[in-house]
Design a protein around this ligand. Sequence first.
Ligand code: LAG
Ligand code: CA
Length: 463
Amino acid sequence: PPAAASQHRGDVTAHLFQWPWRDVAQECRSTLGPAGYAAVQVTPPQEHVELPAQGYPWWQAYQPVSYRLDSRYGNTREFAGMVETCHRAGVKVYVDAVINHMSGQVGGGTGSGGTRFGKYDYPGLYDSTDFHHCGGDGWIHDWNNAWEIQHCELLGLSDLATEQDDVRDDIAGYLNGLLRLGVDGFRIDAAKHIPAADLAAVKARLQRPAYLYQEVLGNAPIPKTDYLPNGDVIEDAYGQQISRVVKSGKLSWLDQFGEAWGFSPSGSAVVYVDSHDTERDQSGATLTYKDGPLFAIGNVFSLAWPYGHPLVLSSYGFTSTDAGPPGAAPDGDLRSVRCGGVTSGPGGWLCQQQDPATLGLVGFRNTAGTAPVSRWWSDGDNAIGFAREGRGYVVLNRESTAVTRTFDTGLPAGVYCDVTRGTVRGNRCTGPTVTVGRTGALTTTVPGLSALAIDVQHRVSRP
Ligand code: LAG
Ligand code: CA
């Protein structure tokens, strides 16, 4: 990859859930690169099952049929072009790697690239001897039993015998092919269902170093710490807790948010407010785009706060949890992404990665770098403010009424652009500004259910 791709650009990844490769490329060029996103996470790119009778659900992508890059999202040429374009824009590409299992189709079928397959038979790749066969229906039933979780079938998906050398070779062959196309790292899907030692054996077969973040949900009976020697882990407790605090707790509880809450080590944790799975959780526990200003508060906090590596979900409106991406043709083919969907119900692509506050806070986080949190203030309830010492300051007001006070920002005096609402073009802020006085004091009013963020890269004038 060109030099731009290896420059330090912070640690925010945009997950462009279900986006075709050509649109991802365009988004790297027009938004992700200029805004300072470090990386993009793309949908599993391998050939997958096709389920027209079920309306081509999004989760087809999580049932591999072969390792050819021939999917609903594009072909090998389009995938390679996307990686090249994103690198040119300074954005790394992380692939969602589905390597615990193949399909769950009992009667078999034909894949998105035309491959005919059976549940335990993938011509030229795997046969029945390459899979685990537990008793009974083969499924995982006892979720307190670590052996079962790793050796039986997740949701009835044919479970690869990852302890076998030939299976490890085939999985590594797939990942190495992606690395040859320039891919920078992998989200290891369902990592908890693969013994950590088996993943280590696959990693050892990679032809060059790659960034790994592993999906290990919960801690029992399989602890996330088992996987830290392989790379980072997804800290799913983060999204649960931030959702709970913002929906029904107090922001003032967040002053030690991170390892003190029992989370994984900050430098090894990938975190999100919501994911493509949790936004479909029916319990309503997760903060999602459906929560409007509350979601915005959780999102701004998570980007401003120096714990973990944030993953920003970009998704589409839906009512049915199975619904595939908007605007698909009757044959399941995808049309190009058009941002601007309505925020509830089916309707369109939401493009949360382009939200002004999100763009502003990606810049804020990059500007803050390793500066520590300081000057914490709260009203003891649901309004907080804190600095990233010398680099930025943020106020979050989840009260229903406005907060007016003088905040001790510690920032150099001047007029600052509120990056939750505007950005600097030329030397002017496209949104509201606030003035920091000579002692770093900022006297302002922050309306109920809103946020304010300023950073030293967006100071529009000095005294
Ligand atoms: C994941 N991480 O570990 C993904 O984040 C998650 O989205 C995947 O589930 C899961 N692991 C397997 O890769 C998704 C859907 C499931 C879907 C599965 C396979 O959330 O609902 O299961 O992908 O396509 C579907 C049906 C099940 C059925 C299964 C097998 O919903 O009812 O048992 O297919 O036929
Ligand atoms: Ca397994």
